[in-house]
Design a protein around this ligand. Structure first.
Ligand SMILES: [Zn+2]
Ligand SMILES: [Zn+2]
Length: 168
């Protein structure tokens, strides 16, 4: 479930920029290393039970999820579970950090995925609605990576001008 959600989060970002992400099994060949860890986990940013941090990530390709979190991989229309944390939202947000985006707390972008304050995304009736990138997120990521250009080659197949990163 979480793996599928992660793949979808990568797809959401790569649909906007000339980057492709490929899953690899060998950690050494991964540019982005995703782990589920708890407490002290042999880096300088331990998770603590006192201050709840769901995950941390940076542009070196580190993405650590705090597995003391009650994660929930919601589908559209699900009822919100008050104690659970939306894995889709956090994965999309943290990947934004991996790709180089800082927090965006601009009041003009209340639905930015890069807001520092996590929130459930819900529809007008309060049921789950999968998080998306808002216009500010799309603008900001394109400032770093440029536009995704889709070319038509002679056989008619579509080729994106992609360079690839690997994740684990
Ligand atoms: Zn860590
Ligand atoms: Zn963040």
């Amino acid at each position: 479930m979480k793996l599928k959600a992660l793949r979808e989060a990568f797809d959401i970002w790569s649909s906007q920029i000339p980057r492709e992400f490929k899953e690899v099994q060998n950690e050494n060949s991964a540019d982005i290393k995703i782990k589920f860890v708890t407490g002290q986990h042999s880096d300088t940013q331990p998770f603590s039970r006192n201050k709840i941090i769901y995950a941390h990530a940076d542009t070196s390709g580190v993405l650590h999820f705090n597995d003391d979190t009650i994660w929930k991989v919601y589908e559209n229309g699900d009822k919100i579970m008050p104690a659970a944390v939306d894995f889709n939202w956090v994965a999309l947000h943290e990947l934004g950090h991996v790709l180089g985006l800082p927090h965006n707390n601009d009041i003009k972008a209340p639905d930015s995925i890069m807001r520092e304050d996590y929130k459930n995304s819900v529809d007008a009736r309060g049921f789950y609605l999968r998080p998306r990138l808002d216009l500010a997120d799309i603008d900001n990521i394109k400032k770093i990576y440029g536009e995704k250009v889709v070319r038509q080659n002679r056989t008619g197949a579509k080729n994106a001008n992609s360079s690839s990163s690997h994740f684990l």
